[in-house]
Design a protein. Structure first.
Length: 228
């Protein structure tokens, strides 16, 4: 194949050479080949590799032609968290948010990866898309406290009207001290009182009510807390 390529740079020959690299697991040679000028039908060879179960090769090929949809499906087979993140970020950069969310759902369930993902979206101003991703992730079997907490903080910054309902549903699954700080910074006094009550800091709940009566005063709630 390499000899034939020297004589004629035809799409068929170059495509078959890539496939041969994939079949023989010469992935470094494959990656070097596709990173240079070539006439291969990389998408077609990627599909062949995928169909033949050569997912590592398919991953390289789909990444080369920025076919994020096929790349995401390939990653399902590889179960590679690090690559999920790379593809998710590439999708965000390309504003392919549906595919970014598909990848992101595999990332947010890992507590140690969550902060990087949130920062990546926020630094680029994609708050709405980030909130959509976390909302979609709450129903996952591996949903954890960090996800509920970070969504509450995002609501406090960008969608304060949604924060109260979120807290009423999931207050037991958030890191209350962290969300308290966010509510205070956002001047969400009613939510602050709600959290102090759930955290059993009744004195602080009463003080917040008295300091911000317009937003936080509820007479029945005040009488209930004052007795505690």
């Amino acid at each position: 194949m390499q000899m034939a390529r020297k004589k004629a740079r035809e799409s068929y020959i170059e495509s078959e050479l890539i496939y041969a690299y994939a079949r023989t697991n010469r992935l470094a040679d494959l990656e070097e080949f596709i990173s240079g000028p070539n006439h291969a039908d990389i998408q077609k060879i990627g599909d062949r590799c995928f169909d033949d179960g050569m997912y590592e090769a398919a991953k390289l090929l789909y990444n080369n032609v920025s076919n994020f949809a096929r790349l995401a499906i390939t990653l399902v087979h590889l179960k590679d968290t690090r690559t999920w993140k790379e593809v998710c970020f590439a999708c965000v950069d390309s504003e392919e948010f549906r595919l970014a969310q598909m990848c992101g759902l595999h990332i947010v369930v890992h507590a140690d990866e969550l902060e990087d993902l949130i920062n990546y979206y926020q630094d680029r101003g994609y708050f709405e898309e980030l909130i959509n991703l976390l909302e979609a992730a709450l129903g996952l079997e591996r949903a954890h406290m960090g996800m509920f907490t970070e969504l509450a903080i995002l609501y406090s910054k960008y969608k304060p009207a949604k924060m109260r309902e979120h807290l009423e549903l999931f207050w037991s699954r958030v890191n209350i001290p962290k969300v308290l700080r966010a509510a205070e910074q956002a001047h969400l006094w009613a939510e602050l009182v709600f959290l102090y009550d759930k955290y059993e800091e009744y004195d602080n709940a009463v003080i917040a009510m008295m300091n911000h009566p317009t937003e936080a005063w509820r007479e029945g709630h005040f009488k209930d807390i004052i007795t505690k």
